[in-house]
Design a protein around this ligand. Sequence first.
Ligand code: PLP
Length: 356
Amino acid sequence: MFFAPTVLQATARRFIAGFPGLVTYAVKSNPDEMVVQNLVAAGIRGFDVASPHEIDMIRRLAPTAALHYNNPVRARAEIAHAVGADVKSWSVDSHSELAKLIEMVPAAGCEISVRYKLPVAGAAYNFGAKFGATVEVAAELLAKVAEAGFIPSLTFHPGTQCTDPMAWDAYIRAGAEICAQAGVKAVRLNVGGGFPSHRLNEVTPQLEATFALIDRVATEAFGADRPALICEPGRGLVADAFTLAAKVKAVRDDAHVFINDGVYGALTELPMIGVIDRTEVISTEGMKRDGLTRERIVFGPTCDSVDRLPGELSLPCDLQEGDYLVFHGMGAYSTATNTRFNGFGDVLLATTLSLR
Ligand SMILES: *Cc1c(COP(=O)(O)O)cnc(C)c1O
């Protein structure tokens, strides 16, 4: 795995320059300490954290950064840990979990953001299936948050790798509807992660256009005194800064290609999100193979039959054992979810340039 800090910092600056509000980073997408350090160097001052471990890591690496504990379901011990770490921003999507926060978290200067969901398409998979209150329940929760003396805010996640900007349009307008139903003015609106990375040659993410849409729709929906905006990208910030080079272990009887990484390793997302076709094949001499291609089935190294990349990959006909199959845009949900299943999963991380 090759990490390019300059690419990460450039992407972070692009978000900071373009997004009409506070840019935070969803730590789970890639919690490598070098990633966090480079994001801090590029000016990221807030982090979406989901566990005591992530809270402690960010407190250590970025002591003054804002922590947004946006995992809406927490054990009491986790809440106590976050209170001890002085976390001042929380999300919630249910009456039962809000009751726990009201009981355990001092309200003064503390924000609770109500996470809501809509049945919208556009993302790689449906985040609303696990988290998020309906508009009606979100309105009840927002009213309760305000009544309990917390700073009332709203948050949503349109779904990861969301290539349809209209998802944000629908969500932001629903946020205004929740405020109207609750009779509460939201102080902040967190428009989530979901910003897509560049996975397919044919589909270039339109980051700035999405920022402009969010900016315009927020004003249309809420008026001039709209809530302050936050975003919390994971994938959109970190994916393009990493490139994976998987080694071809074997070409079995000139047919199937076996590589030393797969769906239990850094390529775990491919069956869920779809293939990455931003690939190249490099020979052991370092030459790019750019001749005729053919479709090939590609298997990972384990003995599990699901360990196969989805569909077939268009690969050079002269592909050979020992070549490297290079995947671009591999920084998110790769090293973070890599397993040691069947004794594989060693990841060698090389940094292309040191931290400035
Ligand atoms: C995972 C997650 C994110 C980041 O999502 P991406 O699709 O990687 O941008 C943001 N917010 C919350 C609450 C999350 O759980």
